[in-house]
Design a protein. Structure first.
Length: 250
């Protein structure tokens, strides 16, 4: 599995932190890693982007290759941001070709999308799902913990299934310090509605950690399937909720 597409159920839910954690574990295992961001939106030229941030957290300087295909200043869907900026959009075939080129020189390529799976990349309505299909790559879905995540996760899973794409699993991108009842219940419900295993829970705020601390803690956030030591059963037993709303830990 040399290419993994990292997609979210929406925006601002922790995709970059999950990408960084997966990359960090791969680097720790001695694998060469590249992070590809097809379209970076909402940043001006010279500002620190998602791919660069994932690379910074995941490894020593130069350990992770960070690549952006396009950057647009408006914080919008890539197709709309490209149109407003008067710049060429990113095509699905360009994403696939860039990932394949990186895979020739790296053991693992992580393709981090912008927003959700079906956010438009260009004026032809291409999406990250189209790039994943060209790559025949599995998709790792990043979801929030809060109320509303079950619907968006189920819709993402249905979209993947309809396109014949493999869903690698679901990772909670920002597990709250004080999870409410919805978040606790969602631990059991997320894998059910996704039809795929829960592969991790990255704590909120980890982007503020030093790279050394981030890499040291990353194994505790992701399951062995992603190179970590996170145990979903133990996590659910500690943080989940029994019927009636009583946390299992109480």
């Amino acid at each position: 599995m040399s290419v993994i597409v990292v997609s979210g159920t929406g925006t601002e839910i922790g995709k970059t932190m999950v990408t960084a954690a997966v990359a960090a574990l791969a680097v720790a295992a001695g694998r060469s890693v590249a992070v590809l961001k097809p379209a970076q939106t909402g940043l001006a030229a010279g500002e620190h982007g998602d791919a660069a941030e994932a690379a910074r957290l995941a490894g020593e300087a130069g350990a992770v290759t960070a690549v952006e295909l396009a950057r647009y200043p408006d914080p919008l869907a890539p197709a709309t941001a490209a149109q407003r900026a008067g710049l060429p959009p990113v095509r699905a075939h360009q994403v696939a070709e860039a990932a394949e080129d990186l895979a020739q020189e790296h053991d693992l390529v992580l393709v981090e999308g912008a927003g959700g799976l079906l956010v438009r990349l260009d004026d032809r309505d291409a999406t990250l799902a189209d790039a994943a299909k060209l790559l025949r790559a599995p998709v790792l879905v990043v979801a929030p913990a809060a109320l509303g995540t079950l619907n968006s996760t189920a819709l993402t899973a249905e979209a993947l299934h309809a396109r014949g794409l493999e869903q690698l699993g679901v990772v909670i991108g920002s597990w709250p310090r004080r999870p409410d009842l919805a978040a606790r219940c969602n631990l059991a419900d997320l894998p059910r509605v996704a039809g795929a295993p829960l592969l991790g829970a990255v704590p909120e705020g980890v982007g503020a950690l030093s790279p050394w601390a981030f890499r040291r803690a990353a194994p505790d956030w992701l399951s062995p399937r992603l190179g970590g030591s996170w145990d979903p059963s133990a996590f659910v037993a500690t943080h989940g909720s029994l019927p009636g709303g009583r946390p299992e830990e109480e």
